[in-house]
Design a protein around this ligand. Structure first.
Ligand SMILES: [Fe+2]
Length: 214
């Protein structure tokens, strides 16, 4: 299905909604996201940088899709995390990030994965993850995805440009929490996710680093 060139975040969302009548697959959305690159200017209403942490900025959400920017100053990075068994697509509008992929090998609380609506309850104290390859994701580069087979990664802004990086993320379905891994402390835990801004409005001014990070 061919799509016209989209130029605004709102057009991007409208095009996305046209898929809600179809079965969403990783490849279908990869092609759409790849063909609809948004400029930093188009994402300006959803672009906020913080010195203390990267920001998650909601552009659109319904039962099927969640669309957001993440804005990264140099050196900012996520924990190693899952995506609650959902699919995700990421492109860069500005700058370049590194995506470090991991594979779950084993843990000492596997029964905690047998839960409805969540990928895992977390709580393991022995965890073995295999570090896979790191992908570089630059503006106009490829679409980075997460899926049911490759769900664990860490994103890091390794771009020294002071302007910072802006990534655009689509998730299906939306999710409000995920598992984060602390390999130094040998544990994993369920982390609640929040937005720094929604629909262009800053939610809460964060004075201290927020515990709610992806
Ligand atoms: Fe992620």
């Amino acid at each position: 299905m061919a799509h016209a060139l989209r130029t605004t975040a709102e057009d991007f969302v409208e095009g996305l909604k046209s898929f809600e009548r179809e079965t969403i697959t990783k490849e279908l959305l990869r092609q759409y996201v790849d063909s609809q690159r948004l400029t930093p200017d188009a994402l300006k209403p959803y672009t906020f940088f913080r010195d203390d942490f990267y920001t998650r900025n909601l552009i659109y959400r319904d039962d099927l899709f969640e669309v957001m920017t993440i804005c990264w100053k140099p050196g900012q990075k996520t924990a190693i995390h899952t995506h609650n068994g959902q699919l995700g697509w990421m492109t860069m509008a500005q700058g370049e990030v590194a995506v470090h992929n991991y594979r779950y090998v084993r843990c000492n609380a596997p029964e905690n994965q047998n839960v409805i609506g969540l990928d895992c309850l977390g709580g393991a104290t022995e965890i073995e993850l295999e570090r896979l390859r790191t992908e570089e994701c630059a503006n106009n580069g490829c679409v980075i995805t997460v899926d049911k087979l490759q769900t664990i990664h860490q994103i890091e802004n390794v771009d020294p440009a002071a302007a910072g990086c802006i990534s655009l993320h689509v998730y299906s379905k939306p999710f409000d929490s995920c598992i984060a891994f602390d390999l130094q402390k040998h544990h994993c835990y369920r982390r609640t996710l929040s937005y720094y801004s929604q629909l262009g409005k800053v939610e809460v001014e964060i004075d201290a680093p927020s515990p709610s990070r992806q």
